[in-house]
Design a protein around this ligand. Structure first.
Ligand code: SAM
Length: 274
């Protein structure tokens, strides 16, 4: 019987978020493969875990596969951890795990923190449906391909971003998605944890962004198609909490019609209902 390959989630900030099962697993395996051994050794020290560490990062992941399989065939179990959160979720492990499964290795997940779900539960949106995108590509063409594919998605879109790129990313989102409602979760489980909601616009910026962020974008009005009538579209946005100005701008943007056309229609409708 070959050993098992454990995928162990670790804290995304607060060290107390390590589960008992995660600690026991890391103590019991023969080796721990870690994204950054220096980072993981701090965690191991905190929990008095003495298991030897071996580095496994995105650049050497596939080169490690034969070594891992030979350890497992010697009946040794090994664990995989990343710097924080759940391995494979925008982290190493994603190339190697499908290959291990193909070779009949037993994969054992040890659940725990991930910024994805921790952030989602703070969002002021219904969470019935969501999709995880992670980091957006840097090239304009790849960005367009991505956003063309997801812009009509009705559920919540979840992105990861580094602080030095967040404002550029919010701009790209505005260009492709229009003035959507966005919620950010920053420094989750840490001292400066902050959750904020705002509407994307041409000029919106987070002043001096610092720390780690998850960006959650409200889905496409909760319906797949644009309402036939653009006044109805406007009313849906208003009922969703959009300001009059943002709703007019968004309807015009989404339908590629002049803002003034929507503005006049809204004004006339108001007059008629008086
Ligand atoms: N595998 C990790 C997970 O399960 O969440 C994610 C690793 S990815 C390389 C790092 C990104 O996750 C950061 O850029 C940020 O977007 C998000 N992140 C990680 N920790 C976070 C935290 N404490 N607060 C907010 N976002 C966080």
């Amino acid at each position: 019987m070959p050993g098992s390959f454990y995928i162990v989630s670790t804290p995304i900030g607060h060290l107390d978020d390590m589960t008992i099962r995660a600690i026991n697993t890391l103590k019991s395996v023969a080796f721990i493969y870690a994204e950054d051994t220096r980072q993981t050794s701090k965690l191991l020290k905190h929990y008095a875990i003495k298991t030897p560490l071996i580095s496994l990062h995105e650049h050497n992941e596939l080169a490690r596969i034969d070594e891992i399989i030979s350890k497992l065939e010697e009946d040794l179990s090994v664990a995989l951890v990343s710097d924080a959160g759940t391995p494979r979720i925008s982290d190493p492990g994603d190339q190697i795990v499908p290959q291990l499964i193909e070779r009949g290795i037993k994969i054992v997940p040890i659940p725990g923190p991930s910024a994805l779900l921790t952030a989602l539960v703070t969002a002021p949106f219904e969470l019935r449906e969501f999709t995880f995108i992670g980091f957006i590509p840097h090239q304009k063409k790849a960005q367009k391909t991505l956003f063309d594919r997801i812009k009509n998605y009705p559920g919540v879109l979840v992105f990861y971003e580094a602080p030095h790129r967040i404002n550029a990313t919010l701009k790209v989102m505005y260009e492709h998605l229009g003035s959507r409602l966005v919620s950010t979760a920053r420094e989750l489980t840490k001292m400066y944890e902050t959750c904020e909601t705002f509407t994307l616009s041409e000029t919106f910026e987070i002043p001096s962004p610092k720390g780690e962020y998850v960006i959650m974008v409200k889905g496409f009005y909760g319906t797949l198609a644009l309402p036939e009538d653009y006044l109805e579209h406007y009313e849906i946005l208003r009922a969703d909490g959009w300001s009059e100005k943002d709703a007019i701008k968004e309807v015009a943007h989404a339908r590629k019609i002049p803002k003034n056309t929507v503005y006049m229609a809204v004004k006339n409708a108001k007059k008629e209902s008086e």
